[in-house]
Write a protein that binds this ligand. Structure first.
Ligand code: FES
Length: 694
């Protein structure tokens, strides 16, 4: 593993090197990066071993949700993915249950302040930031908290440009840029207090919210109004080898690569063809990581077609109607076995293929982090919910629902709101809608002049190309954001290239017949290297299906407004120009399957509760003997009683119930108690403990 020192989109900051030790070995990392990333940087993926079966443990969510990454720092167990590295740290792997710290000194107990605020916003991702901006600009006193060290939530992982409209959700700008824009405006508002590295632990029945402020001080906040914008956590799958280090969520991968700048893998395989999986594949390629393949259980990928096309053009094989059979490897992932599935989602025997890879990304959807919202509602808080915590959708939709909920709070406070909330809600529904099937379109090429060509054939909410056109000649059908764009042609295109540079799907090119009808000049967007491509350099021109040939760059430019997107113009024979969609630098390297297939575990041995290592078979047995109550299952097997509090395994257990023919209404849900994040008990009494010294 190495750190990423150049990237086509991300700026690489100066980082201070510090020394630390892990299990007695002297290592080097960058100050302030989380410990898990520092360990990855040193090629360490196994952070400890489970007490029950000695299975290797490593990073899984990279988001503070699962506690799989526990390590011992200066005698205190901490989550490696949430604890910043400091020079001189003595880190040890967590093997079995961590011991109590050796010293037993008396501790001083401090007071917990109760702070009043008008609005408390939990979560500073796209929804929380856009809501706070509106509330703050309306002179409302807001405390905004987030458990990470910087504002932006998942925006800081998103190097791609956003869909939607420029007016409503910054379409055409990258998530990392939107995080800065929103973050800076929120920080500049005097009546907004921002608490970073501050974890919400619980909401209580007396109207208080418990926060571990800046990882050291327990504070109680009494908000008049509460907005939950806590985002989402990744779903997991049950398959053989699912807990091997090297199997983790696509979001965790983006955290390692795009936030912490670690080249976290050499060869990845992606499970899931929704937007998260498709985008993670593109992010991997930008970080110079090979994507061996991607599987999707459905006959078509569920993500945006333009994201899928980007991967296909770069030669990533996409296997639809396929599932994962197993992650294989002794101590960590060495290969993946996949198989084709029939229409009932059963693997078809004999279709298994195994590919070498060191990492398997699970991108099979997200679950809302909504436990705080439900508890707050139950306790009678005046509470609203926005973003993924409300409903899983694109981050652009989260920006918009954050705005809507902020306006609702303003109305509740008694501030007049000029926005039409019904119209906004309708627009939000459009933004959240699942992408429809692509439409078969035929492009008509007029062999004269210059004009944009749109390889955009799915009705998704996106229209920045219509906004940036200098000549106001790009429209969507009926001016609807979900309709396909077209070039009106009432005025000449001037070939400025802004529509090419702004398109989040990289699905617009310019074709210019003005100088040579037989060899038009075709302009493509390019975002795969930080080096500026030069005139005369050879590149490969591709359609969505195949390579069309090697050609020379005729012109290369970068527009001021779109500094990370190169516009590369190539003279192409007319026939090829009509098929060309993109360019790339290297020939596709296709990975053949390897001759290995061995199901390492039977299905019933597969682990469903990662924290307590409870298998599918154990759960199945109790369901078959009549258990329908989650609490009873907990008592019988310890499932859901581990550090993560059942966040990962609950949906998986529900699935086992379904497989056993038990409907969701027959299941008695487990009791959810206020504390949703694990912390040392002393925190509540504001005791001074070792963690404060980390
Ligand atoms: S990997 Fe650190 S809490 Fe999940």
């Amino acid at each position: 593993m190495e750190d990423i020192t150049k990237h086509p989109i991300l700026d690489i900051p100066e980082r201070k090197k510090v020394k630390f030790s892990f299990d007695g070995k002297n290592l080097t990392g960058f100050e302030g990066m989380v410990i898990s990333s520092a360990l990855f940087l040193n090629k360490i993926k196994i952070f400890g071993h489970h007490v029950k079966d000695n299975s290797p443990q490593g990073i899984f969510c990279a988001n503070g949700q699962c506690a799989q990454c526990n390590v011992i720092v200066n005698n205190i167990p901490v989550k490696a993915c949430m604890t910043p590295l400091k020079g001189g740290m003595i880190i040890e792997s967590c093997n079995g249950l961590p011991e109590l710290p050796p010293e037993d000194n008396a501790v001083s107990v401090g007071d917990s302040k109760i702070l009043d605020t008008e609005v408390l916003v939990i979560g500073a991702g796209p929804a929380g930031l856009s809501a706070t901006k509106i509330l703050g600009e309306n002179n409302i006193e807001v405390i905004l908290i987030d458990d990470k060290a910087e504002l932006g939530g998942k925006l800081v992982l998103q190097t791609h440009k956003f869909f939607g409209s420029q007016k409503d959700v910054y379409a055409g700008k990258r998530g990392i840029v939107i995080a800065k824009i929103l973050g800076n405006s929120v920080k500049a508002i005097l009546n907004v207090q921002v608490w970073l590295n501050s974890v919400c632990l619980a909401v209580f029945s007396d109207g208080l919210v418990g926060i571990l402020k800046e990882n050291k001080e327990y504070a109680l906040i009494k908000p008049k109004y509460l907005l939950i914008a806590t985002g989402a956590r990744e779903k997991m799958l049950v398959f053989s080898g699912n807990t091997l280090p090297g199997v983790y969520g696509a979001g965790a991968f983006q955290t390692l690569v795009n936030r912490d700048l670690i080249k976290a893998a050499d060869k990845i395989f992606i499970v899931g063809g929704g937007n998260v999986g498709l985008i993670a594949g593109y992010h991997a390629i930008q970080a110079n990581i090979e994507v061996v393949g991607l599987i999707e259980a459905l006959p078509l990928c569920g993500g945006y077609k333009v994201h899928e096309d980007k991967l296909k053009r770069l030669g990533v094989p996409i296997y639809t109607s396929h599932t994962i059979i197993s992650a294989n490897g002794k101590k960590s992932v060495e290969s993946i076995t996949i198989a084709q599935i029939d229409k009932n989602f059963n693997a078809i025997s004999g279709t298994e293929k195994t590919f070498a890879c060191d990492t398997i990304l699970i991108a099979v959807g997200l679950n809302p982090v909504d436990e705080f919202y439900h508890k707050a509602k139950e306790f009678g808080f005046k509470v609203w919910v926005a973003g993924d915590a409300q409903e899983i959708a694109e981050a652009s939709a989260a920006i918009f629902t954050g705005k809507i909920e902020a306006y609702k709070i303003l109305k509740e406070i008694g501030i007049s709101v000029s926005e039409n909330l019904n119209e906004m809600e309708e627009f939000a529904e459009l933004m959240k809608a699942k992408p429809p099937q692509p439409i078969e379109t035929e492009i008509k090429f007029k062999e004269e002049g210059v004009y944009p060509v749109f390889y955009c054939n799915q009705e998704i909410p996106c229209n920045p190309c219509t906004t940036v056109c200098e000549q106001e000649q790009i429209e969507t059908i009926d001016d609807l954001i979900t309709q396909l764009p077209y070039f009106k042609g009432e005025k000449d295109c001037i070939g400025c290239g802004k529509c090419v540079a702004v398109c989040p799907g990289l699905a617009v090119i310019l074709i210019d017949y003005r100088k040579d009808k037989n060899n038009p000049l075709v302009t493509f967007p390019f975002e795969l290297t930080e080096e500026k491509l030069e005139k005369g350099q050879k590149i490969i021109v591709v359609s969505n299906e195949k390579e069309l040939g090697i050609f020379e760059i005729h012109r290369s430019r970068i527009l001021k407004e779109f500094p990370k997107t190169q516009l590369i113009s190539v003279k192409l024979p007319s026939k090829i120009a009509k098929k060309a969609v993109a360019i790339k630098l290297f020939q596709t390297k296709f990975n053949e399957s390897i001759d290995f297939y061995q199901k390492s575990l039977t299905d019933d041995n597969t682990i469903v509760c990662r924290c307590e290592r409870v298998s599918v078979g154990e759960i199945r047995e109790w369901i078959r003997s009549g258990v329908r109550d989650f609490n009873e299952l907990k008592a019988l097997t310890k499932v859901g009683m581990g550090a993560c509090g059942g966040k990962t395994c609950t949906p998986l257990i529900e699935r086992i119930f379904r497989e056993e023919g038990i409907s969701i209404d027959e299941i008695i849900p487990g009791t959810k108690r206020p504390l949703f994040i694990e912390v040392p008990m002393g925190v509540f009494a504001n005791t001074k403990n070792k963690k404060e010294e980390l």
